[in-house]
Design a protein around this ligand. Structure first.
Ligand SMILES: CC(C)(COP(=O)(O)OP(=O)(O)OC[C@H]1O[C@@H](n2cnc3c(N)ncnc32)[C@H](O)[C@@H]1O)[C@@H](O)C(=O)NCCC(=O)NCCS
Ligand SMILES: Nc1ncnc2c1ncn2[C@@H]1O[C@H](COP(=O)(O)OP(=O)(O)OP(=O)(O)O)[C@@H](O)[C@H]1O
Length: 204
């Protein structure tokens, strides 16, 4: 069973992933893969430097993520260029890791992919889980976590497909308006439901 976990920025995907990992379910993290494919010397790193120039590099040659973030979330054309460079590599690596986990005999695999719907990966998964929050909660959590101002947070949210639209793709909608304990209860009850559907008695 392949589960695609998605949602809006700061809706709580990583928090859900951590709960799933604690249960013992393998989770592939697209944000981590996105960091690996742009390491200095990698093909995507080279293409980013060719496209955006040396000003998006730190003195140690790593990408200046803050600078690149400012550029792409203020300019949709620049974001499109970055997406064209990074997404094919990220998708290829996600599929590779899924293959490898399947070869190891894992029966349930979750992939946490912020842009799962935008990148056309819906059909690849057996189930889509969308982590949903109200716009007000999303803004508040994003501003607190990233220590950014209101307008920067709005730009980041508006660079993605609206959560109201993503919601329509959900086989399971995970509403994350309560506290982290509530979220844990929600995930554990979904997991029990899945195990019951599979008649699984010794699942994690
Ligand atoms: C722009 C970058 C350098 C900013 O780095 P930063 O460390 O500040 O953010 P981080 O990578 O942790 O991403 C945080 C969140 O931003 C959102 N986000 C990131 N990139 C994008 C994008 N291209 N379009 C829309 N939302 C995005 C996602 O919700 C993600 O979870 C970085 O996000 C990046 O390289 N993005 C391109 C790769 C990508 O599309 N990643 C999403 C994985 S599918
Ligand atoms: N139920 C909750 N109650 C309070 N805070 C929460 C809750 N769920 C998540 N958070 C906090 O909200 C912030 C965003 O959550 P998280 O990082 O899991 O989102 P995300 O969807 O993975 O974000 P991104 O798209 O940027 O990767 C974090 O600071 C997290 O600790």
């Amino acid at each position: 069973m392949l589960i695609g976990l998605t949602g809006g920025i700061a809706s709580g995907k990583s928090t859900v992933s951590n709960i799933l990992k604690d249960i013992g379910i393998p989770v592939i993290d697209a944000d981590l893969i996105a960091r690996e494919v742009v390491k200095p010397g990698k093909p995507a790193w080279q293409k980013i430097v060719n496209t955006f120039g040396n000003e998006v590099l730190l003195p140690n040659q790593q990408l200046d993520r803050e600078k690149l973030s400012q550029i792409i979330f203020e300019n949709s054309k620049a974001k499109e260029k970055l997406d064209q460079i990074t997404h094919p590599e990220i998708i290829r690596e996600i599929k590779k890791r899924i293959d490898s986990l399947q070869t190891q005999g894992e029966e349930v695999i979750v992939a946490d992919i912020p842009l799962l719907i935008e990148t056309g990966m819906v059909e690849f998964f057996d189930e889509i889980w969308v982590v949903y929050v109200s716009r007000q909660t999303q803004l508040k959590r994003l501003i607190n976590r990233d220590e950014i101002d209101y307008q920067t947070a709005v730009n980041k949210i508006e660079a993605q497909m609206p959560l109201e639209e993503k919601k329509e793709y959900a086989d399971r909608l995970i509403v994350n308006e309560g506290d982290k304990g509530d979220l844990e209860d929600t995930i554990i009850s979904i997991w029990r439901e899945i195990n019951a559907e599979k008649n699984c008695t010794n699942c994690p």
